[in-house]
Design a protein around this ligand. Structure first.
Ligand code: ADP
Length: 220
């Protein structure tokens, strides 16, 4: 049997399904999943000074500083070790080079980088229908599921809401930030680690995407 890949980065624009697929992969392969968006929102919920600073950026669709994000990821790795499925990190070339330096010092290089690609039109229509759990990060579509805003999250029981950064103005800003700051991360991995970089069409159905991701993670 092939060894399962253990250190995985999922890249992709808002609503490309990174969180949903990372949850499924985490359950199927037993690899810890972490979303920096969820970590940042929980920091905001706890009302810390750093959380307030993060909220000021995320609610406008802007990125939180590299310095803050690499610190919360380093804390997460100290607690969980060097097997991970990162969703939403790295989001800038600065974060990617920092992650590389950390992994080199731990002699644990990345195994896989997967880009979930989705058109801006599909992103906008998915976000219009999206409700989210701010506690566990689960997302639901009001057209595909029977859940509505204000219902309890089927997974953890917290309340489902529309994220404030899913409002159209913040979303347009997130699309600009994605194009200007996060797409260069794809170029960075294509240059520095072409053998581990893969692209998947995120417009496919969720099960087809999961099957393709499972083949990559399982090294089939
Ligand atoms: P999505 O992928 O749907 O845009 P996320 O939950 O991953 O949502 O991120 C929400 C927001 O959290 C981002 O728009 C950004 O403001 C902030 N954020 C998340 N991850 C990072 C990161 N790695 N670096 C900087 N900011 C981040």
């Amino acid at each position: 049997m092939n060894a399962v890949n253990q250190r995985i980065v999922l890249l992709g624009p808002p609503a490309s399904g990174k969180g949903t697929q990372a949850d499924r992969l985490s359950e199927a392969f037993g690899i810890p999943h972490v979303s920096t968006g969820v970590l940042l929102r929980s920091e905001c919920d706890r009302g810390t000074a750093l959380g307030r600073e993060a909220d000021a950026a995320t609610s406008k669709g802007l990125l939180v500083s590299d310095e803050f994000v690499v610190r919360i990821v380093a804390n997460w790795m100290q607690e969980h070790g060097t097997r991970f499925l990162f969703d939403g990190f790295p989001r800038t070339v600065g974060q990617a080079t920092h992650l590389d330096a950390t992994l080199i010092s731990l002699k644990s290089p990345l195994d896989l980088v997967i880009l979930l690609e989705l058109s801006d039109g599909a992103i906008r229509s998915r976000i219009r229908e999206r409700i989210s759990c701010l506690k566990c990060g689960a997302t639901y579509s009001t057209s595909l599921h029977t859940h509505a805003e204000g219902d309890p999250c089927p997974r953890c029981g917290a309340v489902l809401v529309r994220r404030n950064d899913d409002a159209s103005e913040a979303l347009e800003q997130r699309l600009i930030v994605y194009r200007d700051l996060t797409l260069p991360v794809v170029g960075y991995y294509e240059r520095t680690a072409p053998g581990i970089m893969h692209r998947i069409d995120a417009g496919e159905g969720s099960d087809a995407i999961f099957a393709e991701l499972s083949r990559l993670v399982g090294n089939e």
